[in-house]
Design a protein around this ligand. Structure first.
Ligand code: HEC
Length: 175
């Protein structure tokens, strides 16, 4: 997962550098400069959109892992509970880096992302909400490691709203 994100980001950067290089060497006229700026802005957004795609994929992975964890807890499968909780822990660990500045809904548009600008205005609160999910998943993993596959299984899902309510906007209307 991490490697996927890194390669996506690197690919995005490589394209931006490549196009920038080509445009600059092509022309130095005012028109060329304008074109260069447009290309740069376009590719800048492309990189941001790759990060948005990555964090949305991360959220889906969290959601999937939480469902798998609850099913495994019900079945008393401690090994699977540990595995699923670890996915959530890992995603929580990389959450801060998946929300770089300039990737809010206000900046990228309502259809591009549901991440409210409030995230960056209340960064500490955002991190605290993330830490709560991390802690809930760690509790579940620790209990499962000591043989209790069911303890705290419902706790992780209770932490999602603590972040979604203040920081995630409504789905964009389809046009
Ligand atoms: C620290 C904040 C935070 C926590 C904790 C969090 N989320 Fe999210 N989640 C977000 C934000 C912000 C978005 C919007 C992402 C975007 O569109 O840029 C989101 C989007 C999503 C999405 C939509 C993904 C898509 O397809 O666009 C799902 C599903 C989701 N979260 C599930 C969960 C579940 C399940 C949990 C708890 C187990 C959880 N999230 C915990 C912040 C959080």
């Amino acid at each position: 997962m991490k490697t996927w994100i890194q390669s996506t980001l690197t690919a995005g950067l490589a394209i931006a550098v490549l196009s920038a290089g080509v445009t600059v060497s092509q022309t130095a006229s005012a028109e060329g400069v304008k074109e260069y700026q447009q290309v740069a802005a376009h590719h800048g957004n492309k990189k941001k959109m790759a990060i948005v795609a990555a964090r949305r994929a991360s959220m889906k992975a969290i959601s999937k892992a939480n469902k798998a964890m609850k099913a495994a807890a019900k079945a008393g499968n401690a090994q699977l509970v540990i595995q699923a909780s670890n996915i959530i822990i890992k995603q929580a660990n990389r959450m801060p880096q998946m929300f770089p500045k300039g990737t809010s809904r206000a900046k990228l548009g309502a259809k591009a992302t549901r991440s409210k600008a409030a995230i960056w205005k209340n960064w500490k609160k955002f991190i605290t909400a993330n830490n709560k999910m991390w802690a809930a998943a760690s509790t579940v993993a620790a209990a499962a490691k000591s043989g209790n596959a069911k303890a705290g299984a419902k706790g992780i899902g209770k932490t999602c709203g603590g972040c979604h309510k203040p920081f995630r906007g409504k789905k964009a209307k389809k046009s």
